[in-house]
Structures are given as structure tokens and as C-alpha cells.
Design a protein around this ligand. Structure first.
Ligand SMILES: Nc1nc2c(ncn2[C@@H]2O[C@H](COP(=O)(O)OP(=O)(O)OP(=O)(O)O)[C@@H](O)[C@H]2O)c(=O)[nH]1
Ligand SMILES: [Mg+2]
Length: 241
């Protein structure tokens, strides 16, 4: 399976190099694209010097915009693994995502234990949003906020996605599940260290809650894009017949 790595990066110069090195050290190193989102700290230079393919936005737009751009640029691959630039996602877990996809999953979600390694407020917010996401997706989702994931080509092509910041990752889970795609989870370690989070409570929590509210309404009143996607996407069960 041809799988690329997509690294959304914003102000990530401190940790990006190590992530890229560890990806290159895998037994089958993936082609890697860094989408630098208007960083002012040398993120683009680090990506270049470690030999990654680079796309840069002139000004900061948000992780969701970066993911959509990356999906577009990597549309030739059978799947894309998204991995954070801040060192929280061990590149050594990459093959486990690919194995889950090879076993039939369309969307593989990294799941971090909500242990004491995760800051208390994050643990609380993560539990709430994962519970709500599970209810909307109609299946257990252990960690709706983890950005370490594998997206199969069909999920990327057929799931309607709204550009934005972190809320895109919640939207994809719910919509992909509603379209009948097969979801799987891979347990990844919970890593918090000296990295600088770009998550802003006042800006990003309302965006995620707003998206969950919208997705709740969509369960009853699907928007035109989801109705069209339903008509064009065949659920995993049908594809195997
Ligand atoms: N392209 C792009 N990437 C971003 C942006 N904000 C964050 N990122 C990247 O997205 C990844 C996750 O960002 P974080 O700010 O660490 O968010 P998080 O991991 O969900 O939050 P924490 O649990 O606080 O670490 C990292 O690779 C960041 O560099 C952005 O505005 N644009
Ligand atoms: Mg982080």
C-alpha cells in the first residue's frame, strides 16, 4: 500500500526535525509532505533541510486548511497518515496504522490513553468530545482529538470536509462513519513534553462545540453535500461483495 505522511506544522521548528528523522528511520520510510502554515520560526527551513516535500501558506490559516491542502497534494497515494510536528506522535507507530488499513479499515484513528500524562483540562475536554463524537458516529471513538490518523483515499475523496482549524478532525470522524466507512483505532502513547501547543481554548473550544452541534443537527437534517456523498459512496460492506 502506497502511504504518504502529512505533517501539518505551525511554529514547529523545535520538534519537526526529529519527527522527520524518525520517519526516515522507519523500515519503509514514507514520502513526507510538510504543510507549513505561515510559521515565523524556521519551520519551513527545517522541513527543507530534512528533505521533506514542503508547501507553505503565506499566513496562518489553521490546521484544517493545512490538512485539506495536504490531501489535495497527496491524492496519488492510497492513504495518508497525518502526524503532528510537535513530537507528540511517535513515528514508530506509523506501521501500525498501515497494518490496520491493510486489514480493511478506511479511517484509522490514533487513540491516546487519557492518563495523567495528559493535562487535566485536556483530559476532561477530550472525554467530553470523544463521548459526544461516539454518540454521533454511532460507534465508540476513544479519542476524537488525536491528529495521528490514517485516511484512506476513498475517505478523503468522498467525505465532505469544511476547512478550518482543529474541528475538521471531529467532522471527518462523524461524517465518514455516517457514510459507512470502516473505522479502526490504534493505541498510541500519550506524550506531553516541552512542546508549545497552538490550541487556544477561547478560539478552538467554541469551534469544536459548534461543529458537534452542527453535526448533531445534520444527523436529522443532512446537508446537500452529505446527501450527494451518500449517493456516490458505497459502504465498505458493499465494496467487498
Ligand atoms: N498547518 C497548521 N498546523 C497547525 C496549526 N496549529 C497547529 N498545527 C499543527 O497541528 C499539530 C497539532 O497542534 P497542537 O497545537 O499541538 O494541537 P494539539 O496537539 O491538538 O494540542 P495539545 O494537546 O495542546 O498539544 C502540530 O503539528 C502543529 O504544528 C495551524 O494553524 N496550521
Ligand atoms: Mg500537540
Amino acid at each position: 500500500m502506497r502511504v504518504a505522511a502529512l505533517v501539518p506544522a505551525y511554529q514547529a521548528a523545535a520538534h519537526l526535525g526529529e519527527v522527520l528523522l524518525r520517519l526516515q528511520a522507519l523500515p519503509a520510510p514514507p514520502d513526507t509532505l510538510v504543510v507549513d502554515d505561515g510559521s515565523r520560526d524556521g519551520t519551513a527551513d527545517v522541513a527543507r533541510s530534512f528533505g521533506a516535500r514542503l508547501h507553505s501558506f503565506a499566513a496562518n490559516r489553521g490546521k484544517g486548511h493545512a490538512l485539506l491542502k495536504g490531501f489535495e497534494l497527496l491524492s496519488d497515494y492510497e492513504a495518508v497518515v497525518t502526524i503532528d510536528a510537535d513530537g507528540q506522535h511517535p513515528p514508530e507507530c506509523f506501521p501500525a496504522f498501515v497494518a490496520a488499513a491493510e486489514a480493511g479499515a478506511d479511517l484509522v484513528l490514533g487513540a491516546r490513553p487519557r492518563s495523567r500524562d495528559m493535562p487535566g483540562l485536556r483530559r476532561f475536554a477530550n472525554g467530553m468530545s470523544s463521548g459526544w463524537t461516539s454518540a454521533l458516529a454511532g460507534r465508540a471513538v476513544s479519542d476524537s482529538q488525536c491528529g495521528y490518523r490514517l485516511y484512506g483515499r476513498d475517505v478523503i475523496a468522498r467525505t465532505p470536509m469544511t476547512a478550518g482549524r482543529y474541528e475538521l478532525e471531529t467532522e471527518i470522524i462523524v461524517r465518514a462513519a455516517r457514510l459507512g466507512f470502516q473505522l479502526a483505532e490504534v493505541t498510541v502513547p500519550t506524550v506531553y513534553g516541552d512542546e508549545q501547543s497552538q490550541f487556544r481554548l477561547v478560539r478552538d473550544v467554541p469551534r469544536i462545540v459548534g461543529t458537534l452541534l452542527r453535526l448533531s443537527i445534520e444527523g436529522v437534517l443532512p446537508p446537500a453535500a452529505m446527501r450527494a456523498a451518500r449517493r456516490s459512496s458505497r459502504p465498505a460492506a458493499e465494496r467487498t461483495r
